[in-house]
Design a protein around this ligand. Structure first.
Ligand SMILES: Nc1ncnc2c1ncn2[C@@H]1O[C@H](COP(=O)(O)OP(=O)(O)OP(=O)(O)O)[C@@H](O)[C@H]1O
Ligand SMILES: [Mg+2]
Length: 561
């Protein structure tokens, strides 16, 4: 509550004006069943209005039940009766009205059944009947909260504790959350990676036969999933170059721009197709295109380029061929590219690659962590593009088979789906945008994690059905989240810049109603390797500096790990 000092000050002021009255009604504040705090004024599409009694709200602040004490504040819930139902609404805005009165805009979230004793049960989202102006508004108690959050039978995971209670569990409904993608947002150090580890660990416990691929640009997650994940990095990924489609080949092999690039691309297309079909039994493959993931030999591609070049008589025309050939030679000899462009990767390993990456079968390790931190930065986006496209294409081409839904989680998503459409790495951007738009139909779910939502391409965030927002300090980022959040969650927006570390707002498909949650403490062995260094402690330690330096330089020079 200390994150909204203005409101507090205001309420304190109001209560001091009304001291006599408040003192005269102490029973109200301490009593077990709080009475009305106001009335409904207007029901309208754009937002319904209620009027609250400022002195009652102020007195309520010292109520023993935290939920009741919060009631009436922005982001809190209130309830009102319609027939045999309780309607629950969220307070979106609050302002002073007539003396002694507060006027609030509220969003109705859902309704629950009201029994003869006034208890709520069977809460569901959506409202069938609205209250009539004049109806009483009551605070929501912890018991009501319990009824709202009583986990239904739908598969769910628990992630933390619902604010302001200390015992109600915040749950995420797995099917609804993954069905329509999710995003985890928050400024640096607010606990995103730890939150994602926690969520993925809980999902893996719920679904040990799951299929999750996590792209990890900083190599943080291997530490968190040692026990229950398959770990890949440049040493064991063995991503065959021939899995790249034509666009990805262009991003790796072409070095020119504009008209020249177009010309180089035409030449590459012709030579690549030649290499793909060379020596193949066409009856086995059917129609082969430059995009088909069919193994070919880099030496064949090289030979075809040289051969085509030989057919030309004027020396000047050979330049594009030479450019492609030079780049190809570079990749083949550069040890940093061995994970992708090695002579060892020529055999048709597509089946085993798909099986190990997508955990088919999962063998008790439902999650693949692909640590791309060792990938040369020039090709990181292509590597991510190939992996994301494999996920999507697998889902498309396996439609007639038993369905195996896949979840692709992408850290630092703003790097791969940036707002800037002119930057390099368009292949990865296209495939991730496509998964965001169409993935649901094919059973592919996307989890995007970013500290800079305002740098994400427009529209991607609004495709995410569930938004988990941790603290965001920057105005532009807050505005982006505001635009992507569903109506009913607007009351929580003010809390976003004021959240503590490890606290978040969750709204959308994955939760019964928008909630503010404090994430559980995650066991140290399940945390990503991203902990904040303790300068004070580490700067007191010393010893083995020579060894540290020589080992570091060895790895540095040898690009070893
Ligand atoms: N639920 C949690 N349980 C235990 N520790 C946590 C939890 N959440 C965050 N932390 C701690 O907070 C620190 C920062 O967390 P984390 O690395 O997840 O932040 P981040 O938002 O991913 O940061 P960045 O944007 O820099 O990647 C870490 O030291 C982590 O151990
Ligand atoms: Mg992180």
């Amino acid at each position: 509550m200390d994150d909204r000092p203005n409101l507090r000050e205001f309420l304190n002021e109001v209560s001091s004006f009304q001291e006599d009255e408040a003192a005269a009604t102490p029973a109200k504040a301490a009593g077990p069943a709080p009475s009305a705090i106001g009335t409904v004024v207007e029901i309208a599409g754009s937002g319904s209005q209620i009027r609250l009694d400022a002195s009652v709200v102020a007195a309520m602040q010292s109520h023993a039940d935290h939920s009741v004490a919060m009631s009436g504040q922005v982001g809190s819930q209130i309830k009102t009766v319609v027939g045999n139902s309780w309607l629950i609404a969220n307070v979106r805005t609050l302002r002073a009205g007539e003396p002694g009165e507060l006027v609030a805009y509220v969003d109705f979230l859902g309704e629950g059944t009201r029994d003869s004793a006034g208890k709520m049960s069977n809460f569901r989202r959506g409202v069938t009947r609205y209250p009539i102006p004049g109806a009483e508004v009551l605070p929501v108690s912890t018991d009501d909260m319990r009824a709202i959050f009583a986990a239904s039978d739908d598969p769910h995971i628990e992630i933390g504790t619902v604010y302001p209670t200390d015992d109600i569990r915040g749950t995420l409904y797995v099917d609804s959350m993954l069905g329509k993608h999710f995003a985890v947002l928050g400024s640096t150090g607010t606990g995103k990676s730890t939150a994602v580890s926690l969520i993925l660990h809980r999902i893996s416990e719920l679904s040990p036969e799951g299929h999750i691929v996590m792209i990890d640009p900083h190599g943080e997650y291997s530490a968190a999933f040692k026990g229950c994940g398959e770990l890949f990095n440049v040493d064991n990924l063995q991503l065959p170059y021939w899995l790249m489609n034509f666009e990805e080949h262009c991003e790796v092999l072409l070095t020119t721009q504009d008209a020249e690039r177009q010309r180089d691309a035409d030449i590459l297309a012709k030579c690549l197709l030649g290499a793909r079909i060379k020596g193949k039994d066409m009856s086995q493959y059917g129609k082969v295109t430059v995009d088909s993931p069919i193994p070919y030999l880099l030496t064949d591609l090289n030979a075809i380029i040289v051969n085509e070049m030989g057919k030309l008589d004027r020396a000047g025309d050979t330049l594009p061929f030479q450019r492609i050939k030079t780049k190809l030679d570079e990749l083949r000899v550069d040890p940093r590219y061995t994970f992708m462009f090695s002579g060892m990767l020529v055999s048709d390993s597509m089946g085993s690659f798909v099986a190990k990456l997508f955990r088919l079968p999962s063998q008790g390790r439902p999650i693949s962590i692909v640590d791309v931190s060792g990938v040369p930065s020039e090709v990181t986006s292509v590597v991510v593009s190939v992996l994301a496209r494999m996920v999507f294409d697998y889902a498309i081409w396996s439609r007639t088979e038993a369905q195996r839904p896949l979840l692709l989680v992408c850290e630092e998503a703003h790097r791969y789906v940036p707002k800037d459409e002119t930057a390099g790495g368009q292949a990865v951007r296209k495939i991730l945008e496509r998964i965001a738009k169409e993935g649901r139909k094919y059973g592919v779910s996307l989890g995007l994690i970013t500290q800079r939502p305002s740098d994400l391409a427009e529209g991607v965030l609004s495709q995410c059905g569930t938004i988990i927002s941790m603290r965001l300090n920057n105005d532009r980022d807050q505005a982006c989240v505001r635009a992507a959040m569903p109506e009913g969650a607007r009351g929580f927006l003010d809390a976003i810049p004021a959240l503590r570390n490890r606290e978040c707002i969750v709204c959308g498909e994955g939760v019964a109603i928008p909630i503010r949650v404090r994430f559980d403490d995650l066991e140290p062995e399940k945390r990503p390797a991203s902990s904040d260094p303790s300068f004070a402690r580490l700067w007191r330690e010393t010893g083995d500096e020579a060894g540290i330096i020589s080992r570091t330089i060895k790895r540095w020079r040898g690009h070893g790990r």
